[in-house]
Ligand binder design. Structure first.
Ligand code: FAD
Ligand code: PYC
Length: 406
C-alpha cells in the first residue's frame, strides 16, 4: 500500500518522457480510431511495443468534436454489415474498459419531407431488415408519439411525411471512448505520446522504415495512419494520393434542460440533427460547410442557420440559449464510405475517409485495423473499403445514409 501511494497508477494514462528509437509499430493520431487499434493490437495480438503519436492532445480531433450518433442503418450491404458489427462491439465496451461511456440507446428517426426521401427510407429499411437490423418506415403519428414536442408541419414549409426509425440508434460520451481505449492500451504497455507531431515518413524500396517527429526519429516496420482531416498531408509524405477532400463540419450545444427529447432526430432536408445528453444539453449539428477548408473555426452563419431550422421543428425552444459551438475537419470521400486497409507501400496502413460518420465505427475500425496490421492481411469486413476502389471504379455508395445534408 505504501508503494502504491508513492507510485500511484495514473487515473487515465502515463506521461512518457522519452521516445524510444524503435518500435514494432507506430500509430499516427490519438483519436478514437488510432487508440482503438492500439488497444486491440495489445489486447488481442499481444503487440505492445507500440507508440501512438499525437500532435495535439488525446481525443482533441474529430473524436472530441463529434455529435456521438451511433447507428447501423446504412444503405449498402458492406456498410450495414460493418456498422452492425460496430454496434455489437459497443455493447460490451464500458465493461471492457471499466469506465462509464454514458452509452444510451434512444432510437433514431431520419425524417422524410418528400416522396423521394420516403423512397430512400424504404430502400434503407429493406436492406437493413435483410441483414437483421431493426429499421422500419413509420408514419407521422408514430413520430408524434415518440416526440410530442415536434411540429410535424415544420411551420408549413416542409411537413414531415414519415421517417426511417432505427431502434438501436444510440449516443455515448465521446471523450470517455477515447480515454477508455487510451487507458486500456496504456495499461497493456502501449506508449501514448501527446504533443508529438509526425513531420515525415520514411519509405525505402517500397517499404515503411520509420517516421520523423518533432521529438526525434523512430525506426519501425509498421505505420498506421489514423489522422482523419489531416490525411491528405500525411499521404503526401509517402507519395500516395486519395480523393479525400476536407470540409468543416460544425456543431453546437444548448444550455441544459430537463429531459424532454428521448430519440435522436435527423432531418437531411432541414439540415438539422439533434439529441439530448444525459446532462440535458441539446447537441445539434447541420450540413457540411459548402467550401473546402482545413480549419476548425466556427461561424455565426452556422448558428443562425441551424437555430432557424431547429425552430421549424421545435418552435418552443425560441428562448433557449446556445452555449458552445465548434468545428471539426471532415475527411470526405466521393462515395461517403471509408478508406481502410493496406496500401501500395508495404507496412503503411490507412484508416481514413471517415468524414461525418466515423465515431460510431470506432470499435470496429480498431478491431479490423488491428487484425490487418498484426497479420498484414486485410480483414474481410473491410475489403470493399480499400484505396484501390477509386482506381477500379468499385465505389461503395453510402451518400443516401450519411444523415448529414451535403
Ligand atoms: P480524430 O479524432 O480526428 O483523430 C486524428 C488525430 O490525428 C487528431 O487528434 C490529430 O491531432 C492527429 N494528427 C493529425 N496529424 C498528425 C500528425 N502529423 N502527427 C501526429 N498526430 C496527428 N461520426 C459519427 O459516427 N456520428 C456522429 O454523430 C458524428 N458527428 C460528427 C460531428 C462533427 C461536428 C464532426 C466534425 C464529425 C462527426 N462525426 C460523427 C465523424 C467523427 O467525428 C469522425 O469520423 C471520427 O471521430 C474520426 O476519428 P479518428 O480517430 O479517425 O480522427
Ligand atoms: O453519422 O449519424 C451520423 C451523423 C450524424 C451527424 C453527423 N454524423
Amino acid at each position: 500500500f505504501a508503494l502504491a501511494k508513492q507510485h500511484p497508477e495514473p487515473a487515465m494514462f502515463r506521461h512518457r518522457d522519452r521516445l524510444k528509437p524503435n518500435y514494432d509499430a507506430v500509430i499516427i493520431g490519438a483519436g478514437g480510431h488510432g487508440l482503438a487499434a492500439a488497444y486491440y493490437l495489445a489486447r488481442d495480438y499481444g503487440m505492445t511495443d507500440i507508440a501512438v503519436l499525437e500532435k495535439g492532445y488525446l481525443g482533441g480531433g474529430n473524436t472530441g468534436r463529434n455529435t456521438t450518433i451511433i447507428r447501423s442503418n446504412y444503405l449498402t450491404p458492406e456498410g450495414v454489415k460493418f456498422y452492425d458489427e460496430s454496434l455489437r462491439l459497443w455493447q460490451d465496451l464500458a465493461q471492457d474498459f471499466d469506465l462509464n461511456l454514458f452509452y444510451s440507446t434512444r432510437g433514431h428517426f431520419t425524417l422524410a419531407h418528400t416522396d423521394s426521401a420516403i423512397r430512400t427510407m424504404r430502400w434503407r429499411a429493406e436492406v437493413n431488415k435483410h441483414f437483421g437490423i431493426e429499421s422500419e418506415l413509420v408514419e407521422p403519428d408514430e413520430i408524434k408519439k415518440a416526440c410530442p414536442h415536434m411540429d410535424l408541419t415544420c411551420g408549413g414549409k416542409a411537413p414531415v411525411m414519415g421517417a426511417l426509425y432505427h431502434a438501436p440508434g444510440s449516443i455515448a460520451r465521446h471523450d470517455a471512448v477515447a480515454w477508455g481505449y487510451g487507458r486500456g492500451a496504456d495499461r497493456r504497455g502501449v506508449e501514448i505520446h501527446q504533443q508529438t507531431e509526425v513531420l515525415g515518413i520514411q519509405v525505402e524500396s517500397g517499404k515503411v522504415t520509420g517516421v520523423q517527429t518533432t521529438r526525434g526519429n523512430i525506426s519501425t516496420p509498421r505505420v498506421l495512419c489514423a489522422v482523419a482531416g489531416f490525411t491528405p498531408r500525411l499521404l503526401q509524405m509517402v507519395g500516395l494520393r486519395s480523393p479525400i477532400y476536407v470540409h468543416p463540419l460544425q456543431a453546437m450545444v444548448s444550455e441544459p434542460m430537463k429531459p424532454w427529447l428521448d430519440p435522436i432526430v435527423v432531418s437531411g432536408s432541414l439540415h438539422v440533427y439533434v439529441s439530448q445528453t444525459a446532462r440535458g444539453e441539446l447537441v445539434m449539428g447541420a450540413s457540411l460547410d459548402p467550401y473546402e477548408l482545413h480549419s476548425t473555426r466556427s461561424t455565426l452563419d452556422f448558428v443562425e442557420g441551424l437555430a432557424a431550422h431547429m425552430l421549424e421543428l421545435f418552435p418552443f425552444l425560441s428562448h433557449v440559449k446556445v452555449v458552445r459551438q465548434w468545428a471539426g475537419m471532415a475527411d470526405m470521400t466521393p462515395d461517403f464510405a471509408p478508406i481502410m486497409g493496406k496500401t501500395a507501400i508495404a507496412g503503411f496502413y490507412l484508416d481514413a475517409g471517415w468524414g461525418t460518420w466515423g465515431f460510431k465505427a470506432t470499435p470496429v475500425c480498431g478491431k479490423t485495423m488491428a487484425y490487418t496490421v498484426a497479420s498484414d492481411r486485410t480483414h474481410e469486413l473491410i475489403t470493399k473499403f480499400s484505396l484501390d476502389r477509386f482506381k477500379n471504379y468499385a465505389l461503395v455508395g453510402e451518400k443516401g445514409a450519411a444523415s448529414v445534408g451535403h
